[in-house]
Design a protein around this ligand. Structure first.
Ligand code: SAM
Length: 296
């Protein structure tokens, strides 16, 4: 509280405990939504620094100010590596940001969103319009349910699958299966013969075991497995990783001239390649049979 001319002006701050010992704290202007859904606690708050912020089980999912980094980077690397992506699946991603970026590619005929929690989609439509704005596009199909089940029942259907999930934790733990080797095998089967997947794989500072496990799981199904990085201020440690698995096309073998010019603010043809340049400690982390133990 701050004393102002004899009155107390209340200040509200929100903290995400990113590890048991580290948190990110933002000043809140107002709370727009605070509810328990069937799957998780959901809040949308308006922050001074990052605009509107979606939190699930107390963890920041997206903010109006820095969402462009995450959504552009989870989408455009794979979409520009595949020569003609027509059928795309997004698993999780109920806020709609990933779908919005997928739709920037004119080759896309159908984009299927597989989100477990209907309320995330509804609340994002209502309170995060700049992020969810693609959800009403006629190419978009929204299926509410467990993405793992949807993908398990697909075969040879998609050119690109993007796994935009919550962390594999939380009371309901709905996303745990989305980080398992079996799931990556189902994704491999759901993809066509030259299909590509990308999963968000958390922070190289705080989630080293998860990165090692997902590398091994994706590598078991995809002959080309590559991790890349982006800088996202509101995500734990600010440095975020994505892992791409591909059956045929190598993101590093793309002809830079073939990369489409898109309306983006983070992703560029240069960033496409630069994102794969890894600091040594991350390189060691993704080396097969990585010898590095523990996390920070
Ligand atoms: N960009 C975010 C991040 O890295 O924090 C992820 C955002 S998006 C809102 C994550 C979504 O995944 C949530 O809406 C959650 O409900 C959904 N989700 C979690 N497990 C799922 C599952 N098994 N199937 C489909 N969606 C799932």
């Amino acid at each position: 509280m701050q004393r102002q001319a004899g009155l107390f002006a209340m200040e509200l701050w929100v903290t995400e405990k990113q590890t048991p010992a580290v948190g990110i704290t933002c000043k809140v202007i107002r709370t727009l939504l605070d509810e328990q859904t069937d799957y998780q606690h959901m809040a949308i708050v308006e922050t001074e620094q990052f605009g509107r912020m979606l939190l699930l089980d107390g963890m920041v999912q997206t903010t109006e100010v820095d969402e462009f980094v995450y959504h552009e980077m989870i989408v455009h690397v794979a979409m520009n590596t595949h020569p003609n992506p027509k059928q795309v699946a997004v698993i999780g991603g109920g806020d709609g940001g990933t779908i919005r970026e997928v739709l920037k590619h004119p080759s896309v005929e159908r984009a299927v969103l597989m989100e477990i929690d209907r309320r995330v989609v509804e609340a994002s439509r209502e309170l995060l319009p700049s992020i969810s704005c693609g959800l009403d596009d006629p190419r978009v199909e929204i299926r509410i349910g467990d993405g793992l089940e949807h993908i398990r029942n697909s075969e040879n259907e998609y050119d690109v699958v993007l796994i935009d999930s919550t962390e594999p934790v939380g009371a309901a733990g709905a996303a745990t299966g989305l980080f398992s080797p079996d799931f990556y095998r189902y994704v491999g089967r759901a993809l066509r013969e030259d299909g590509i997947m990308v999963a968000q794989t958390e922070s190289p500072f705080y989630n080293q075991d998860l990165i090692r496990r997902t590398q091994a799981g994706i590598r078991a199904t995809f002959p080309i497995t590559r991790l890349y990085l982006a800088s996202i201020p509101t995500y734990p440690s600010g440095l975020w990783s994505f892992t791409l698995g591909s059956k045929v096309h190598d993101p590093l073998a793309v002809d830079p001239a073939s990369i489409k010019s898109l309306d983006t603010r983070y992703y560029t043809p240069q960033v496409h390649f630069a994102a794969f340049q890894l600091p040594r400690f991350v390189e060691e982390l993704v080396r097969p049979a990585a010898a590095v133990e523990g996390g920070m």
